[in-house]
Design a protein around this ligand. Sequence first.
Ligand code: TGC
Ligand code: FAD
Length: 392
Amino acid sequence: MGFKFKGVDFIGFDAMLNDDERLVRDSTRQFIEDNLVPIIEACNRDGRFPKELVQPMGALGFYGANIEGYGCAGMSNVEYGLVMQELERGDSGVRSFVSVQSALVMYPIHTFGSDEQKNEWLPQLAAGEKLGCFGLTEPDFGSNPGGMRTRAKKSGTDYILNGEKMWITSGTLADVAIIWAKVEDEEDRVRGFLVDTKSPGFSAYDVHGKWSLRASVTSGLSMQDVRVPASALLPGTGGLKSPLMCLNQARYGISWGALGAAMSCYDTALQYALLRKQFREQPIASHQIVQEKLVWMIREITKGQLLALQVGRMKDAGTAEHQHISMAKQNNVWMALKCARSARDILGGNGITDDYPIMRHMMNLESVKTYEGTHDIHSLILGQSITGISAF
Ligand code: TGC
Ligand code: FAD
């Protein structure tokens, strides 16, 4: 069931995009329609990540799409954002998988890695032949990653890693984990390590019982005396700023992705409201209260599009700062979740079934609101930016 997506463009947004941007958006949209939409409800029900899409998405250049060279597509940040929008219109879990591979694994290797690390890993990650995960969060340190307990200690030229990471997307799928640890011999400076997940002492297990992101793998990681060579250290990392730079890349992608989920909910609710009749054989779309809900959605989606596009243009110009990205992530995820709730309401009883994508988007967006900095943490980031006072 469900409806064919008709696109959402109220104020001529398409005219603000160039030909390449529209082409990337439209080809990703087609890929999602053909390959993800037909299977996603079953994946969600079964709690299954659609692994069969990993290599096709690599062939289309989705991984590390805004990186130049190393087999990557070399897209602009706006093109990359439009890919994320279309992926998340399909499902937030699939967008998460691509976000992690791109923004949280390939970006740090590209930004902080040695030439050897880049040449070894980036082409394989770009093709989807190797998969990665990003281990920052710990069981006791989520919003405050600076408190992390994971430690790296020098042993000859090697490092020994010990610690626990929690809520790690793609943890049990990954060939390589980017692990953030405090280095004991460097006064607990936070640094990043490329850890082969087959290393003795490294283990990963899946989190079960999730009502959200059911088509995504979420894991815990455990490291007990994991010995890695000096060549595993990402040499350009130094301090908490390094992982936070990665988060900017992922948060930017989420600001577009959430738009995709919101568009899916709005478009479904609009098409449903025009068909569903109640009272005097009138479509429910003829009632003022239903119209008000649809208008809220299209207005907020439109504002969200402008925000994401402006931050994308600033990112391409090199002028986007982390607080700009925080605003886009916070606003667009909040807006998408409200769209999902209103759309669910418009569909009445049908809204709670997986004949329509709405409830799945709503449940997914609860995670998206929490990860990559919770909604409230982004308020504090923005508050600090405008007042100069930290309220953490
Ligand atoms: P604080 O002292 O403020 O900052 C430490 C240093 O970092 C700088 N900085 C940033 N740099 C780049 N980008 C940012 N976004 C930055 N935010 C801060 C800062 O200027 C400072 O630099 P320096 O040179 O003075 O050393 O650090 P804090 O310990 O007070 O914490 C700040 C806070 C709360 C903003 C930060 O810890 C935070 O963002 N917390 C939220 C944690 C979070 O987002 N975790 C995400 C984990 S990954 C994930 O969720 C993946 S989900 C899967 C998917 O993406 O799909
Ligand atoms: P907490 O930090 O305990 O926060 C709980 C509540 O307290 C929140 O409402 C928060 O806003 C509030 N709070 C905390 N501090 C303050 C404060 N100072 N002022 C006001 N309110 C505050 N992490 C990774 O490293 N890699 C991943 O791949 C990854 N993937 C994830 C996938 C999923 C499905 C989920 C759910 C999480 C993932 N995360 C990942 C972790 C995610 O980033 C954290 O869940 C998030 O940062 C919040 O941390 P927490 O869950 O420990 O909540």
